[in-house]
Write a protein that binds this ligand. Structure first.
Ligand code: MSP
Length: 467
């Protein structure tokens, strides 16, 4: 039977345009989706937009639009942005999709029937920026750490609650180890938070109009996170691909790990639905040592990167600096250096050299069109910079060294030795190109067109102009 791979990104709020924080998750998911497709698996790659809740309603009001009009305008912009970045998602889910709304209502009813929802009064603080209730230990000077410029809202209202403490007690195995949650350091943070858990989670709001109604009480709207998390499951229902569930990998940023690792798991356990196989919470980007934020004015957008480096190199640079286990600090200077060193001077220059030296040579590269085990092991661990370094250090560098040592350009074109050296160099470079296609699909195709199709085709244009 064909293996399946279902991978998701978070669904992004439509009140903002994507920045590299959003782009790194989406590009990482795209790299993995492309890899699993190459491995012959049936892949479902899901991304989309999170469209309900106060934050979106407020952004729409500011723009003098209804929330629906506002979302209908912005959601396609996200799709356009992802298409520009050559993101190969299979389905784009919007939480205003009626198919999704129906699944959310069915699921909340099922959880209620199973006895995990109760009514109580919620009293406390709410951060619209996070769309989350805050406890005092999550605040600094009475302000949300993530949104220090936003006033917190004080609530006291009747809400429905999800009995997560009961769910955790009833499923000790599922929560004891959180075995699906990676990396380990972030799993430990979640385990500590579970151990200190003192309250259940409110899953409805009384005075929020923009959202999905609680099916048994139309005065209440389903809490935006409860609605949003279900997208991963509802997509498989909308697409009539129930075989795709459970998801093989939810890729999320560390800031939303709790919602995925603990709340989403609780919802699924309460609804008696199988758990996802893996949740990977990556770290964040900082820009020149500072947190990336609108108020500091240091936000880097994929648009700006694409304008400077082009689409393919932007994907490469983001993948190489992907904040996996640790936060990743980036600066424009460092991005330019990496571009010049890895792409213009190294890979691009090598392809041009080989192109010139081996013009019209016939070389069989069929055995180069493979993913090496080492390379895929890096990808399986979401170590994208490791995967890239592996190609540079084990394929590109040795080819450069060999060329410089053997100087085949000193030998006559027909010389057997010259042809042997070039054959080896080209086969190795095509191997690099083939694997690089998960990061730079079009450049990889171009490398294979020029060097790997049986007869070398010389093209003058370099792959990466120096910056
Ligand atoms: N709508 C929710 C997710 C719902 S998923 C069911 C949301 N959306 S978001 O638009 O705020 O995007 C969040 C994603 O961007 C998260 O994965 C978050 O961690 C990531 N990032 C936000 N800032 C980031 C950095 N500076 N660096 C890397 N990723 C960061 O939350």
């Amino acid at each position: 039977m064909q293996k399946k791979f279902y991978i998701t990104t978070p669904i992004y709020y439509v009140n903002d345009v994507p920045h590299i924080g959003h782009a790194c998750t989406t590009i990482a998911a795209d790299v993995l989706a492309r890899y699993h497709r190459l491995a012959g698996e049936e892949v479902l790659f899901l991304t989309g937009t999170d469209e309900h809740g106060s934050k979106i309603a407020q952004a729409a009001a500011k723009d003098h639009k209804t929330p629906q009009e506002f979302c209908d305008e912005i959601a396609p912009k996200f799709e356009e942005n992802w298409k520009k970045l050559n993101i190969s998602y299979d389905y784009f889910i919007r939480t205003t999709n009626p198919g999704h709304e129906k699944v959310v209502q069915d699921l909340i009813l099922k959880i209620k029937e199973n006895g995990y929802i109760y009514e109580d009064t919620y009293k406390g603080l709410y951060c619209v920026g996070c769309e989350a209730f805050k406890t005092t230990d999550e605040l600094l000077d009475n302000k949300c750490l993530e949104h220090p410029n936003k006033e917190l809202e004080q609530y006291e209202e009747k809400n429905y609650f999800l009995a997560i403490r009961k769910i955790i007690t009833e499923n000790p195995k599922a929560f004891e180890k959180l075995a699906y949650s990676f990396p380990e350091s972030k799993r430990n943070e979640m385990l500590a938070k579970i151990a200190g858990l003192e309250t259940d989670v409110s899953i409805s709001r009384a005075n929020v109009e923009w959202g999905i109604k609680i099916p048994w009480d139309s005065s209440q709207t389903i809490y935006v996170w409860f609605d949003a998390l279900i997208n991963y499951f509802s997509a498989t229902q909308i697409l009539k691909k129930p075989n795709m569930w459970p998801a093989d990998l939810h890729l999320v940023g560390k800031g939303i790990n709790w919602f995925h690792t603990v709340i989403w798991q609780s919802m699924l356990l309460a609804a008696k639905i199988e758990l996802p196989k893996k949740i990977f919470a990556h770290s964040h980007y900082n820009v020149a040592g500072q947190k990336m934020s609108k108020s500091i004015g240091n936000v880097i957008s994929p648009e700006e990167l694409m304008a400077k480096f082009g689409v393919e190199a932007t994907r490469y640079l983001i993948a190489k600096s992907f904040p996996g286990n640790d936060d990743s600090d980036i600066t424009w200077e460092q991005l330019i250096n990496t571009y010049n060193a890895d792409l213009a001077n190294n890979l691009g220059n090598l392809v041009s050299r080989l192109n010139r030296l081996a013009d019209k040579l016939e070389i069989d590269c069929s055995s180069s069109l493979v993913l090496s085990e080492k390379f895929t092991a890096y990808l399986d661990n979401l170590d994208f910079s490791g995967a890239i370094e592996n190609i540079l250090r084990e394929l590109i560098d040795p080819v450069n060294v060999l060329l410089n040592q053997k100087t085949p350009w000193m030998l006559p074109f027909e010389d057997k030795n010259r042809q042997e050296i070039l054959r080896h160099c080209i086969q190795e470079t095509v191997k690099a190109g083939y694997q690089l296609q998960v990061f730079m699909p079009n450049i990889a195709k171009e490398i294979i067109e020029r060097l790997g199709k049986g007869r070398v085709v010389h093209k003058k244009e370099g792959l990466f102009p120096r910056i």
